[in-house]
Design a protein around this ligand. Structure first.
Ligand code: 5GP
Length: 188
């Protein structure tokens, strides 16, 4: 139970800048580890296998689920995403903070399996800002943007289930706040 406090879940609608916030925090605090997830979706842009994700076929992914190698997994859109236990458990045992950037169903499963984890939901300053960020990314089709915006509303309804919420208005401020929450949580 005690080791759970080293686990940190960060969720946010896509386009809310969760990777940037965690990246900015880790730039200042490189001792904090980031869990690399497995997914059945294909790589986007410059994404590399084993760095951004472990890219698996649906069959390979489900074989890992069957073998109880996943701490949590969920279907998001039509694709599977999951946290390999090998990314988190030895780090938690060693007292190293490890961050999972995952969607809301996975966060609920982490909460059930590791009840002492810190869970943080990042909110965009407004829906308009979120839409502008999604378009600015230039990686998604219009259909995909509309789907992600609808999904964002559903995900944001889950924010009260998290230990804390932070508004990602200014990147560095949000990153510093996240670090402060982690310190507070682990000091308990
Ligand atoms: P994307 O395809 O944009 O990289 O990710 C889509 C969503 O899946 C994001 O909300 C992302 O945080 C989430 N995600 C990434 N890895 C995992 C994981 O290991 N487990 C779960 N449940 N969600 C994940």
């Amino acid at each position: 139970m005690n080791k759970d406090r080293y686990l940190v879940v960060v969720s946010a609608p896509s386009g809310c800048g969760k990777d940037s916030v965690v990246g900015a925090m880790r730039a200042k605090h490189p001792e904090i580890a980031l869990s690399v997830s497995a997914t059945s979706r294909p790589p986007r842009g410059e994404e590399q296998d084993g760095v951004h994700y472990y890219f698996l076929t649906e069959e390979q992914f489900m074989a890992k689920v069957e073998a109880d190698e996943m701490a949590e997994y969920a279907r998001y859109g039509s694709k599977l995403y999951g946290t390999p236990r090998s990314e988190i458990e030895s780090r938690m045992e060693n007292g190293q903070t490890v961050v999972l950037i995952i969607e809301v169903q996975g966060a609920a499963r982490i909460r059930a399996r590791y009840p002492g984890a810190l869970t943080v939901f990042l909110l965009p300053p407004s829906m308009e800002v979120l839409e502008a960020r999604l378009r600015g990314r230039g990686t998604d089709s219009e259909e995909s943007i509309q789907k992600r915006l609808a999904e964002a509303q559903v995900e944001m309804a889950q924010a009260p289930l998290y230990t804390a919420t932070l508004v990602n208005d200014d990147l560095q401020t949000c990153a510093d706040e996240l670090y402060r929450l982690i310190c507070e949580h682990q000091g308990e």
